[in-house]
Design a protein around this ligand. Structure first.
Ligand SMILES: [Zn+2]
Length: 368
């Protein structure tokens, strides 16, 4: 599961004077029925080799990175991953790969460090969720992030069974049994209260009665975190648990994004606190005015960046802020997002092309 810790570890690596080759390749089985990604890889490779301006050992290392990556692409199958991230520094015998569920833009980068910017953006733009599957004497808690799920804990309680014993009436047993169930639910609620901060919560329901009793005990703060329920069994296979959780989250997030897009369009039409399109958003980011940035996840655009103040534009070659010649950039969208994140902007990705088109692929809600 992708995490800030992984990013930090990658960020601490240094193989100087050698370079690290990093590839992001969309290998989605749905979009690559005939292995089309192999053609995209060949294009990326050609562009990189054409502009390769290296010599000696450093060059040899990069060439052998490319050979290594090509072998992987030719031989591997990437399972259900939609994006595969491959990193390599052959001179130092260092190789790393991350299969990811989200679809990232294709990129081949040669740099002093592993190119982790898209991973950082992914972490910034996405939320963690918890799922709790609840039954009378047992509960399982899972954490979901970026299309992956991991079990975080199990909470068990010895619930006394009713059996024949002198002295106790059936109603006493019933009460004793129910008391234990409530204790169990309390323990589960306390566990969740401890681990849930910014995350949202999904309830896995094995019976409506359990869920409604549990909700009575759950602190109000956690009620507000619940985004929905899924019917599931405690011992359902992990594949089913992931699928049901994932579908609920996708639906929830799509609605959130649609609402944000509507909000953006309305505010922009009224001429207040919102702007659409790359050029306008670039100015707003430069002026540090962006509160939330909304961008289609496949949007890329070449352009120019000012070496002095970092302003970016898809077409201006001279910086309007400092009147100096700007430098060419292959994709200014990721650079803009990076700039926005540095200034504490909230980032959200739009996954559907037609939704992105509503706001010219990029839009921003402004602070003032
Ligand atoms: Zn400038």
């Amino acid at each position: 599961m992708l995490s800030k810790e992984i990013l930090k570890e990658l960020g601490n690596l240094s193989f100087s004077p050698y370079l690290v080759t990093t590839l992001y390749l969309n290998v989605s089985p749905l979009l690559n029925l005939k292995g089309e990604y192999k053609i995209i890889w060949k294009d990326l490779k050609k562009n990189a080799l054409d502009s390769l301006n290296l010599e000696g050992e450093v060059k040899r290392s990069v060439l052998s990175d490319i050979e290594y990556i090509e072998t992987l692409i030719d031989q591997s199958s990437f399972g259900s991953a939609n994006t595969i991230v491959l990193m390599s520094c052959s001179a130092k015998n260092w190789y790393y790969s991350i299969p990811l569920y989200p679809t990232l833009k294709n990129k081949l980068i040669l740099d002093k460090d592993p190119y982790t910017r898209p991973l950082g953006h992914l972490i910034a733009a996405n939320r963690h969720y918890y799922l709790v599957i609840l039954s009378k004497g047992d509960a399982r808690v899972f954490k979901y992030f970026l299309g992956e799920i991991r079990e975080e804990g199990e909470i068990k309680e010895e619930i006394p069974k009713r059996h024949k014993q002198g002295g106790w009436e059936a109603s006493d047993w019933q009460r004793w049994h129910e008391t234990h169930v409530i204790w169990h639910f309390k323990e589960v609620a306390e566990f969740l209260d401890k681990i849930i901060g910014e995350e949202k919560l999904i309830l896995g329901t094995t019976s409506p009665k359990n869920t409604s009793e549990f909700l009575e005990i759950l602190p109000k703060r956690l009620h507000e975190k619940i985004i929905g329920e899924i019917p599931i069994e405690l011992d359902s296979p992990i594949k089913e648990i992931l699928e049901k959780t994932h579908n609920l989250i996708e639906e929830y997030e799509e609605k959130e994004i649609k609402d944000l897009i509507d909000q953006l369009i309305v505010a922009n039409a009224k001429g207040k606190e919102a702007t659409l399109g790359l050029e306008n958003v670039a100015h707003a980011i430069h002026q540090k005015r962006v509160r939330t940035i909304l961008v289609y996840d496949q949007f890329e655009q070449s352009g120019f960046q000012c070496p002095s103040c970092s302003f970016m534009s898809p077409y201006l070659e001279t910086c309007p802020y400092c009147n100096v010649k700007m430098e060419k950039r292959v994709d200014i969208v990721d650079e803009l997002i990076e700039e926005a994140l540095i200034n504490n902007t909230e980032l959200r990705y739009i996954k559907k092309k037609e939704l992105g088109e509503k706001i010219q692929n990029i839009g921003a809600l402004l602070r003032f």
